[in-house]
Design a protein around this ligand. Structure first.
Ligand SMILES: Nc1ncnc2c1ncn2[C@@H]1O[C@H](COP(=O)(O)OP(=O)(O)OP(=O)(O)O)[C@@H](O)[C@H]1O
Length: 321
């Protein structure tokens, strides 16, 4: 299909090392159900709960070309729908009488579709990642797209507009972080009301171990130990920011690359855990928290990496099991 616009259209593909446990299958199936019933889906959750990865996985299942937008404070409506920002120049050369050369140039502004318009016109899947980072007024244009399935495109500077009917295959998947996050705007009630929001929590243990194992190349047993340490820290609540699956993956990859053993007696491994997890869970300069995190981590490393720790660590706090 040839389309005259500068938008990058992707072919959605699930990652080759995508982990599909019962937990992941369940969320994906619920999301697909709402999409099949004609509703946009909104995956909401704290950082590292797999929202973007899951959105791409769902887009791959839908099998339509994908357009990706990342929410941005600086966005205006034109960043979504397009604007008159090009010039079309037409030249007329009239040398009917060979001794006389007459040229005429015409310059006119040209409308260039942006990503939302392209997705609506051609029925693509739109992932609007972290959409609440854009200001609510920039997102207003989505209201009629989601409700009336009409996109309002202003065509002239004097306020005239042109409605585009949204293609029946158009699907929108949104992701967002909680409103307390820095740089996140409160989502408009009217917009939230037009989508089905699925709240994602931390992955269950099986999924976290599967992700670490599949994405780091570390053995399943060692992945389980690393996940045990991170989940234990999450449950302890001594941190400012809860550690996520990203921390697990960083520890596993670094330990593998540096040849450190996932063992309580390996000082390099202990240091990797402290560096990565204290950086992920504390603010710069928050020394007291860093000390508490380090103390807790040493206990957890001793427990999980002594060759004896088996099964699930004891649940204390709000970590998902
Ligand atoms: N099902 C999965 N299989 C394999 N890896 C996964 C899966 N889900 C998430 N991940 C990995 O976990 C990490 C976090 O996932 P992702 O970036 O999707 O989270 P997020 O909720 O969108 O985070 P943020 O809000 O910070 O953008 C990434 O490294 C991602 O590749």
């Amino acid at each position: 299909m040839s389309i005259a616009h500068p938008t990058t259209v992707l072919e959605p593909r699930s990652m080759s090392d995508f982990v599909e446990t019962e937990y992941v299958k369940d969320v994906a199936a619920r999301a697909m159900g709402y999409i099949n019933a004609g509703f946009p889906v909104h995956l909401r959750g704290i950082s590292g709960t797999g929202k973007t990865t899951l959105a791409i996985h769902i887009a791959a299942k839908l099998g339509r070309p994908l357009i990706l937008i990342h929410g941005d404070e600086e966005f205006s409506t034109s960043n979504l729908i397009g604007s008159e920002n090009g010039y079309s120049i037409s030249k007329v050369r009239d040398n009917f009488i060979h001794s006389v050369l007459k040229t005429e140039e015409n310059m006119s502004k040209q409308w260039v579709d942006n990503r939302l318009t392209v997705a609506c016109k051609y029925g693509f899947t739109l992932i609007y990642d972290e959409f609440t980072r854009s200001r609510p007024e920039a997102n207003n244009v989505l209201l009629s797209v989601l409700q009336e399935r009409m996109l309002d495109i202003p065509t002239t500077g004097n306020g005239d507009s042109n409605y585009v009917k949204v293609h029946p295959d158009f699907t929108a998947i949104f992701t967002s972080n909680p409103e307390e996050y820095a740089g996140v705007h409160r989502s408009q009630d009217a917009l939230r009301d037009r989508m089905v929001t699925l709240d994602l929590d931390y992955f269950d243990e099986e999924t976290e171990v599967g992700i670490v194992h599949s994405r780091s190349g570390v053995s399943y047993e060692d992945s389980k130990k690393i996940v045990g340490i991170v989940r234990g820290l999450r449950d302890s609540e001594v941190f400012e920011f809860a550690p996520t699956i990203r921390g697990c993956q960083m520890i596993a990859k670094t330990a593998r690359v540096l040849g450190a053993s996932v063992d309580k007696n390996d000082s390099a491994f202990r240091q990797i855990c402290v560096d990565i997890l204290s950086s992920e869970t504390t603010r710069i300069g928050s020394r007291a928290t860093k000390e508490k995190v380090t103390k807790e981590l040493f206990k957890l490393i001793d427990h999980h990496c002594n060759g004896k720790a088996k099964g699930k660590p004891k649940a204390k706090g709000n970590g998902r099991r």
